[in-house]
Design a protein. Sequence first.
Length: 268
Amino acid sequence: MYEEVSDFYRSYGGEKQVIGRSAEGRDLYALHVGKSTGAQGIAQYAIHGREWITGIIALYHVRRGVPRGGIWVLPLTNPDGALLSEIGLSSVSSAWRKELLRINGSSDFRLWKANARGVDLNVNFDARWGSGEHNVFSPASENFVGARPASEGETEALCRFTERISPAYTVSFHTKGGEIYWEFHQPPDRRRRDEQFASALSRATGYPLASAGNSAGGYKDWCVQQFEIPAFTVEVGRGNLTHPIGREHLPSLLGEVGEALTALSAMF
């Protein structure tokens, strides 16, 4: 998976950059599509290891482009976790393996969500950090919030990049459930605004809008809180699929979310 994204990045002729590195030293890639004028967005994928299939969707979105403004696509926010899920312990340095086995409880890492340090990156942002219903406070395959907000290199890199781009909107692609999250304690006026954009995503994907009132610390949450912009989490794939979703499901997944970025960018 990481090699596929790396090869795509190297061959990409548009604007691109490495925004940071993972705990294992792997590059975190960003590719720009569309125009440099007009509203600019950020779309990030595979922040959870077992959701690596979204990184393949990202490459499709880059090829598809957007009709208005531009968007930075980050195909693989958590490359170490994605490789742990995809191929197992052989993907990480030998120094990490004993501890990761202890944390995971087995050598089967297919359901691993965290990074290589056992931190769930999507609860590591400074947005009511540590107050989520399912948060845990020691290294785990999922839900560990980290030692502090943005304790992880991957999180810090995404924060710095987002601050520099100052996007008009962000969207995060996860699996699974076939639904869209868009709320994080917005005041009524912003809530009405953001619901309009979320509804456009809903029409483009066929996914209903959903609420996760007891979650915190996610990238979407941080963007809503920090920048007061519309931000969304799209859970790709219907609930009857099982983690990790394999490549054999790509045609149906692209049928659902292939036009998500084009529909969203057209609203700005």
